[in-house]
Design a protein around this ligand. Structure first.
Ligand code: AMP
Ligand code: MN
Ligand code: ZN
Length: 855
């Protein structure tokens, strides 16, 4: 690994400077170093270069597979890997942790090693935390003064090794990954966050630079009496229009403008790169008032380009929070406190959607989504330098690489994962944030020039980058939606086999976690990290204490709700114990309904009250029958020596006999299918389903559901009346019935709050508040549609079956536990541990939620 070289260099630097002031008594504490600071500085340098080096390794997937096809690379990795494991094991031993990471006989799975590392990290950080707290107690008087209402960000470390910035030692220090005692910014938001399990509706209600106006509700109300057509046709047209209306609701508000955006010739011809101003000579403005924001918007509207970047926080929030926006023009840098101005940010749409102004981002994929989600901001005319870099086939496409390549600036991305909620922002973080946009316009010039040069002056390549950027700006934010099968997607990534009890436990814990995380506005990783969920599911502890023992450190919400969790585990333990096969079927049946029939969770699910024709005893027998059938299939499978297929080589590597066997098995129909819950929802179900189609499906269902309900009410109330009418007007067929019916429904609909119909208009302020109110006051006995409480209705909506009480997991029945807010004091609990949890768990879970582009 190339890090050894840079290590030596920085090593020498430290040692050299030490030799001047080499005092023997100090040497005793950290041999070879002047003092602890020097040692720490060195340590951080080493960790940093190791992190950099590891980021430089080929990425998992094609890139890695390609490299691995070289025996030399493989050998090198093996030997380096052994060395690293050796080293880790020594550190673990030193701290008295289980340290068999390097023992290949005892451990095979990466997950197990990962668990060991997590455990050891916890032990080490716990100890560090205790010591820091101790030290902190001694210095209690020296805490910095913070604005009222703010808990001081506890320790902030920073002056170490920020090269060249010359920011001579401020003794402030801050925690990079997770600062504790930060007041939740959400509490100050004017508009409450909508974590409900419903599709995201664009937040935009004013559309600057519109070519096509925002859809208005009125425009789409269809008046059947205007239509001189038969009733059935009118009905069809009505449905069609309603569908269009719903589609407009969820559409990208600037779809039309972006579809019609063309790049002017001036942006396709070679620019003369305009040098950036030195940071020291550039004015920096911190924007945290509406006044300043308006002024900034006016300034931006006069420009032909500006650069934008965002900083984000995702650990202590369910959907994530955009904490900061950086904007750089050719002359000035701006940092906007988007926590403070969250509800006002939309005014920037005037500049952001102006097609004559280029907005330069680096790696805008997430930014585009965050802008929509938090502010209702959209970008028309985007240039993404990450796409530019890719088209140029530069060695790396990250921003720090571009900075080095074009600006000779050595940035480090150390603060990328800092807790950006910290206020007031430490100067180091301001400086970091600023460098993310300060050079970007110059890089934009250089990239465009090179794209033309590398294509012999032809604009094709540059045009393709503009197109890719446009595609990115067309991305729609999708709220994470919980479905009955969400847990399977997570399990699929784990190489574990679960029995029915363990699987049930995992499913229940997963639902509990999602529900609670939405309610408390915490990330799922904070609520209960996956590796802990797996551990609880595997061990199925008999006592609540056992659940606590599975978690180290114990997440605050787990501690608070350990009894509820215990009930879920008990419920899982009551399942008939059966082995569940995985993988091969999952791979086979991806995209077909059989996934659920044969998939690992069906047996557990079928035990629910959804088998109405059986007594409890009969239900058990039924389950056993299903399992007998499955065991037979399994046996059949084994007879043909079908191994678990490798995802990549599955198709090619099977022999003819095996393929035949597979086809036979695939043709097996589960004879109990008719008794099992509907499986339509699993058709099209894979990681890359088209989210918008899902949304339409969902909203269509809501519509149907509400229409159905209205129809029933109508029928009940006016049965006699209508019968009379129908008979009297028999001659005019059902046309009159339709129109009365329609008019009645429209009238009803106008009275129905948005939250009930699931139909939301793009006027968020008022309507959302109304929806919130319904949510807050909701009681389990309410019969109207409540999107948030999917334990009762949503799941069924997703599954396409009618609303039914879910007897297995109903958080509403769990006393006040869910309603109660966690007292701040309790949340602070276990601080030292939380840090490691935030890092390890947060990281691993982010991995499955997003694919981070290289930045
Ligand atoms: P950047 O575009 O590099 O300024 O990153 C913007 C935000 O994305 C940061 O504030 C982080 O919250 C998040 N982020 C960037 N890279 C990663 C990563 N590798 N893992 C998790 N979060 C990331
Ligand atoms: Mn960014
Ligand atoms: Zn950034």
């Amino acid at each position: 690994m190339s890090l050894s070289k840079s290590n030596d260099d920085s090593n020498r630097e430290v040692l050299d400077s030490n030799s001047d002031t080499n005092e023997e008594d100090k040497n005793e504490l950290c041999p070879g170093f002047k003092d602890v600071d020097a040692f720490v500085k060195h340590g951080f340098g080493v960790v940093l270069s190791a992190t950099k080096a590891s980021a430089g390794l080929p990425q998992p997937g094609d890139e890695f597979d390609f490299y691995r096809s070289f025996p030399g690379f493989q050998e090198f990795c093996e030997s380096q890997g052994d060395q690293i494991l050796q080293c880790m094991s020594q550190i673990m031993q030193h701290h008295g942790c289980r340290s068999h990471v390097k023992d290949r006989n005892k451990l095979t799975a990466v997950e197990e090693r990962f668990d060991l590392v997590v455990d050891s990290n916890d032990v080490i950080l716990e100890r560090a935390g205790i010591l820091l707290d101790e030290a902190d107690g001694v210095n209690r008087n020296q805490k910095p003064v913070m604005p009222a209402g703010f808990q001081p960000p506890k320790i902030v470390v920073s002056s170490w090794n920020r090269k060249g910035s010359g920011s001579s030692s401020q003794s402030e220090t801050f925690r990079l990954l997770h600062a504790k005692n930060i007041a939740r910014p959400q509490l100050k938001f004017k508009e409450k966050i909508d974590n409900s399990n419903t599709p995201f509706v664009p937040k935009i209600f004013i559309k600057p630079n519109a070519v096509k106006p925002l859809p208005s509700c009125k425009k789409h109300v269809c008046q059947p009496e205007d239509l001189d057509v038969p009733a059935a046709l009118a009905d069809l047209i009505h449905q069609q229009r309603t569908q269009e209306h719903v589609e407009d609701m969820f559409a990208h508000p600037y779809q039309y403008e972006l579809d019609h955006l063309t790049v002017p010739d001036s942006l396709l011809s070679k620019p003369e790169p305009q040098m950036y101003k030195p940071i020291a000579e550039t004015k920096l403005s911190f924007i945290d008032s509406l006044e300043d924001l308006v002024e900034l918007n006016e300034k931006l509207c006069k420009l032909s380009e500006f650069a934008v970047d965002l900083e984000h926080h995702s650990y202590r929030s369910f959907l994530g929070l955009t904490c900061l926006m950086q904007i750089s023009t050719r002359d000035e840098d701006f940092i906007i406190d988007t926590l403070e101005l969250r509800s006002e940010m939309y005014i920037l749409n005037e500049a952001f959607t102006d097609p004559t102004i280029v907005k330069v981002f680096h790696g805008a994929d997430s930014d585009i989504e965050w802008l929509q989600r938090d502010f209702g901001l959209y970008v028309v005319n985007l240039f993404d330098t990450h796409q530019g870099s890719r088209a140029l086939h530069l060695a790396r496409n990250s921003l720090d690489h571009l900075l080095r390549h074009f600006c000779n600036v050595d940035s480090d991305k150390r603060y990328q994962l800092a807790d950006w909620r910290i206020r007031p922002l430490p100067n180091e973080m301001v400086q970091y944030a600023r460098t993310d946009t300060h050079y970007l316009l110059y890089i934009y010039d250089c990239v465009r020039a090179q794209l033309l040069d590398s294509n012999h002056g032809q604009p094709g390549l540059l045009q393709s980058v503009w197109n890719k950027s446009k595609d990115i700006s067309l991305t729609k934010y999708m709220k994470p939606l919980f479905t009955e099968d969400s847990y399977l997607e997570v399990l699929r990534k784990q190489k574990r086999s679960f029995n029915t009890q363990q699987l049930t436990a995992f499913r229940l814990l997963f639902a509990w976690r999602d529900k609670l995380a939405r309610q408390e506005d915490e990330s799922t990783g904070y609520t209960l990290p996956i590796h802990m969920m797996i551990k609880i599911s595997e061990e199925l502890p008999k006592e609540p204490q056992g659940i606590i023992a599975c978690c180290n450190p114990v997440p605050p919400l787990v501690r608070q709700q350990v009894n509820e969790l215990h009930l879920l585990v008990q419920q899982a333990r009551e399942m008939p114990l059966l082995k569940v096969r995985r993988n091969w079927r999952q791979h086979w049946h991806v995209g077909t309904p059989e996934v659920t029939l044969f998939g690992p969770h069906d047996t557990s699910r079928a035990s629910e009250s959804e088998l109405p024709y059986f007594s409890p005893n009969g239900r058990l027998k039924f389950l056993q029958l299903i399992n007998l059938f499955e065991t037979l299939v399994d046996y059949f499978n084994q007879c043909f020596v079908l191994k678990e297929p490798d995802v990549h080589t599955e198709q090619n590597s099977l022999s003819v006999a095996q393929m035949k066997a597979r086809r036979i098995i695939e043709s097996f129909e589960n004879p109990f299918r008719m008794y099992l819950p509907s499986t339509d929802v699993h058709v099209n179900k894979n990681a890359k389903f088209d989210p918008s189609s899902k949304i339409f499906e969902i909203s269509k269902r809501w519509k149907l559901q509400s229409i159905e309900q209205q129809q029933k009410e109508l029928e009940a109330k006016q049965k006699a009346k209508e019968e009379a009418k129908q008979q009297a007007k028999k001659a005019s067929g059902n046309w009159l019935f339709f129109s009365t019916h329609y008019l009645f429904n429209t009238a009803k609909k106008r009275e129905t709050p948005a939250s009930e119909v699931g139909e939301v208009t793009p006027k968020p302020a008022k309507k959302l508040k109304a929806a919130e109110k319904t949510q807050k006051t909701e009681t389990p006995s309410q019969t109207s549609f409540k999107p948030f409480d999917y334990s009762q209705s949503d799941l069924k909506v997703f599954a396409g079956t009618k609303s039914k009480d879910n007897s297995q997991f109903d958080p509403n029945r769990q006393g006040q536990g869910f309603k109660k807010k966690v007292p701040q004091g309790q949340k602070k609990h276990n601080s030292a541990g939380n840090r490691s949890m935030s890092y390890m768990a947060g990281k691993s879970e982010r991995g499955f939620r997003h694919n981070w582009p290289k930045r």
